[in-house]
Each structure stands twice: as C-alpha cells, then as structure tokens.
Design a protein around this ligand. Sequence first.
Ligand SMILES: Cc1cc2nc3c(=O)[nH]c(=O)nc-3n(C[C@H](O)[C@H](O)[C@H](O)COP(=O)(O)OP(=O)(O)OC[C@H]3O[C@@H](n4cnc5c(N)ncnc54)[C@H](O)[C@@H]3O)c2cc1C
Length: 387
Amino acid sequence: MIDFSLTDDSRLLVETVRRFVEAEVQPLEEATEHDARIPPEELKRVKTKAQELGLFAMNMPEDVGGGGLSCVDHCLVEEEFGKTSDALIRRVFGQVYPMLLACKDEQRGKYLLPTVRGEKICAMAITEPGAGSDAASISTTADLDGDEWVLSGTKHFISDGDIADYVIVMALTDKEKRARGGITLFLVDKDTPGFKVARNQPMMGHRGYGHAELVFDNCRIPASAVLGEVGNGFKLIMKSVLEIRLAHIGARAVGMATRALELMRKYAGERKQFGQPIGEFQMVQKLIADSAIEIFGVKMMVLNAAWEIDQGMEPRDKVSMIKVAASEMQGRVVDRAIQVFGGMGFTKEMPLERMYRDARVTRIYDGTSEIHRMLIARSTIKNGLTL
Ligand SMILES: Cc1cc2nc3c(=O)[nH]c(=O)nc-3n(C[C@H](O)[C@H](O)[C@H](O)COP(=O)(O)OP(=O)(O)OC[C@H]3O[C@@H](n4cnc5c(N)ncnc54)[C@H](O)[C@@H]3O)c2cc1C
C-alpha cells in the first residue's frame, strides 16, 4: 500500500514553520541583503522565539536537545525554510552538522550540546584551493607529535568560517591511504595558536554570512580533538552529507521555487497589459505551468528519498539525482518568475533577484551537477536504474 497522506502532527509542524517564516523571518530579508548582515537585535528576538517554539536544531535527535524529526518531517520543514534566505535559516533555525553526532565524552558538552542550544557556531572545512570536487586529494595534513596533532594546510570557501567558534577540519593522517582510511576529522577551536581566518571571500549571493579562507600553520591540537575515529573522516562525511544534500538543497529548492511560483501566480493575475491580465497570455501561462510541473516532480523525489532514509535505507543515487534536479529546477523557476515580472523582476525591490543569485550556487556546492551526473551515470551503467 502506498499512502502519501501527512499525519496531523506533520501538517501542524509545517503550518507552524510556514507562518513563522512568513511573519518573523522574511521581514528581515531586505535589511540582511542591504547590509550583508542580519540586524543583530532582530536576530536575537527571532532566534529566541524560534527556540521557544522548538524550531531550532530540529534535525538533531531529542536526546541531545534537538527536534528529533524524521527525515520526511525534516524535509517538509526545510521546504518552508527554503522560502527565506540561507543566512537567515542558519542563524534563526541553526546549522548543526550531523557529523557532530560522532562527538564522544567531553566533546559532547564542549561542542555538540552548545551548538544544538544555539550557543556555539560550527563551520565545516573540507575544500581547499587545490581540492574541490576531488575532496580526497586534500593536502592539509595532521601529524601526531607526542599527544598532540599538528595541523598544516589551507581551506577555502568555508561557510561561517569567519565567525565559527570551532571548525570541523578534514585532514590527511595517512597520505597513502587517503579516502581509504587516511582521512580524519578534527575539532579545532577558533583561538587555537596557528589557526587563523586569513580572509573573507565575498560571494555573488548568500549575503548575510561569511565564507572564509582558513590557514592552519603548525596548529597544535590535543589527541582528543579527533571527531569519530582516526582514518574514518571520509566515511563520516559521506554518511552525513546524504541528509544534508536532500534537505538543504533538495527540499529548500522546492521551497524557494514554490515562493517564486506564488509570486508569479499573483502578479500574473494583477498585472494588466493590452487590456488584460498577463496571466491570460498563453506564453505567460507556460512559464507558470512548467514551473508547477517541475516543482511537483522534485518534491515527490525529495519525499520518496526521505521516506527511504527513514526506513534505514541509503538512497545515494536518488539523492544525487535530487541534488541535480532540485538545484537546476530552482534556477529555472526563479528565472521564469523574473520573466513574468518583466522589469520589476530585475529590480532590488523584489526578492527574486536575490533568489536568482542565491539559487546559482546550489549547482556548485555539495558536489557539482557534473560530479553527481558522473555518479548517477556510473551507477546506472553498472546496475541499471534501481528505483
Ligand atoms: C557559497 C559557497 C559555500 C561553500 N561552503 C563550503 C563549506 O562550508 N565547506 C567546504 O568545505 N566547502 C565549501 N564550499 C566549497 C564547495 O563545496 C566547492 O566549491 C565545490 O565542491 C566545487 O569545488 P571547486 O570549487 O574546487 O570546483 P572544481 O572541483 O575545481 O570544479 C570546477 C569545474 O570542473 C568540473 N569537474 C571537476 N571534476 C570533474 C569530473 N570528474 N567530471 C566532470 N566535471 C568535473 C566541476 O563540475 C566544475 O564545473 C563552498 C562553496 C561556495 C561557492
């Protein structure tokens, strides 16, 4: 039996988040875009409210203070988050990387729990100037010296790297083994000697939070700074990115595209040219219809993969397909929305130009479209299409 209905709890959750995003978060978008900074007092107020409503760190299990959502509910919530900007999502609802669940003993009290409570900000540093898509080719090294690790290398494009209280750093602990047991994750505090934020790297979009180059120059950290086990860093990242890609890119893309569709739908009914609403012109209708079709398709893909994750499955190929389909769909829908609005769509008076810029990067980070297509093709050629 296939049952696509949502439970009453899920429906209530989605409605609560939707109302919160519309009433509390979207009004902060303009100032955040204008100043490239969320107004601090407003942020404090809205974040506190989100926490009081239990809307913070909802992806984390309840036993560490999170919302304990199923993957389906997490994706439904992220779809609503997608109706505002990434900077606001991070700060208001929390950016808690699932690999933090590998924290052990005192790491839990020092990193995991305060991050879930919204008291600490974490960044994740994998990419380097010489290693992007080929993440296993990193050159940052960690060498054991007595009871300390010595980190050396440079990371770049690191989201929140400029303000993070601590960073999860991916480094080589065995140059021969690399992805096969030679890569380890480390938890590095911001004020550790030898660690510095070298520069900010301004981006085309995603205004309101920073992206930074981080340098580790003989940075000494204790043996206890290993996240997970020595040598299992690559595996830990690969396991954690599945739900991140699905929820943060797949579901959020559906949310952003749905908001763009809603804007164009209303405008097509109000705006008159040649004596009639532009929504009565078939070419405008096509822009709306094509968007609705694509949003529906990706939404079903997201929920299907989320359900499989909830059943304990690991739908890697599907998540790659969703990463490509969602990010590309999002770009097309926002582009069509700008077209429906004509000159208005191109102005900074509309959220559409921000969405247009913000959407672009989703085809690049968390694995480019080309890398995911390569993975999908390899798997399909080997195994056929296994849905
Ligand atoms: C806004 C933003 C935020 C980011 N945040 C973070 C972060 O928080 N932490 C972090 O670690 N990283 C982060 N990144 C980095 C991001 O993950 C990388 O940019 C991404 O993995 C691509 O790597 P690259 O930029 O080095 O491109 P490259 O790997 O150099 O790719 C360049 C081009 O070559 C293509 N290409 C490469 N290999 C192949 C292949 N085998 N087959 C076909 N085509 C190929 C790519 O698809 C792309 O078109 C962020 C990037 C941006 C822009």
